[in-house]
Design a protein around this ligand. Structure first.
Ligand SMILES: [Zn+2]
Length: 267
């Protein structure tokens, strides 16, 4: 049944956000135009690539280390187009990314260092894109790893206790924004920044076989996702609110404890 609820553009904006993805270029096919819009409005963004895309070639004779170096350079150039303040490469293996404790510790370290209000990632529940394709195993692993790093590990002092001992205090990420989701719940107006997304994508020259076909495809996606909120270009997200904002605390899902009760929250 079609959803008849009128939708408006999503306006919540994090002061600091972190995009966590599997490969160089994922963030630019993903939430790049939203990232650019938030950065233009005053947010600071950091990009974390779990792998350096060292399996992203058609010729088996390709040197994976040379390819990784090329793809890191492409991602650095794309990140400058979007406006991120920095990019981290975690150097996990492309095509073999696992949501394991080693990756989680790396991500917790990134989150506690940068202290984002929101983390953006690929929806780990997207196994298939509707009936039109398979979501790469690395994308799912990176998405799940991002979720598991945000909650509870980054905020839990007892997770990887050596991090806190080294001065990386627990950090609460307030929201998760999941792109490429089959269950979108928020649409960001990116009419003003869709060109930056296209510019960032052009930086990934090693990955784009048909550049002339890419631009119309990206514009069509953005047009479709913008339609939901009546704008020319949009990006859709499944938004998970972990911590309500202070001025939203009277909502039915949030119980404010009496002021006289001390102690940390139980969850
Ligand atoms: Zn990818």
């Amino acid at each position: 049944m079609p959803d008849a609820t009128p939708r408006t553009p999503h306006t919540w904006r994090p002061q600091r956000f972190m995009v966590i993805v599997a490969h160089p270029d994922d963030a630019d096919f993903g939430p790049a135009a939203t990232a650019a819009a938030w950065i233009d409005a005053g947010s600071e963004g950091r990009l974390v690539c779990c792998t350096s895309g060292d399996a992203g070639a058609d010729d088996w004779r390709t040197d994976p280390l040379e390819l990784a170096a090329l793809r890191e350079a492409e991602q650095e150039a794309a990140a400058r187009v979007v406006g991120y303040s920095g990019v981290a490469f975690l150097h996990q293996p492309d095509g073999a990314l696992a949501n394991d404790l080693a990756l989680r510790e790396q991500l917790v370290r990134e989150i506690r260092t940068f202290q984002p209000d929101a983390v953006l990632a690929v929806d780990p529940e997207t196994l298939f894109y509707g009936d039109g394709g398979v979501n790469h195993t690395d994308h799912r692993a990176a998405g799940m790893a991002a979720v598991d790093a945000v909650y509870p590990a980054a905020r839990n002092a007892m997770s990887f206790p050596w991090l806190a001992r080294d001065g990386l205090a627990p950090h609460v990420v307030r929201r998760i924004y999941l792109c490429w989701s089959n269950h979108p719940s928020a649409w960001v107006d990116v009419s003003a920044t869709i060109e930056r997304k296209l510019g960032a994508l052009r930086a990934h020259a090693s990955q784009i076989r048909h550049p002339e076909a890419l631009e119309p495809r990206i514009r069509e996606w953005a047009r479709e996702e913008g339609e939901a909120i009546g704008v020319s270009a949009g990006e859709a997200f499944r938004v998970i609110v972990i911590e309500e904002d202070a001025d939203e605390e009277e909502g039915p899902t949030h119980v404010t404890p009496p002021q006289t009760e001390g102690g940390p929250p139980t969850a």
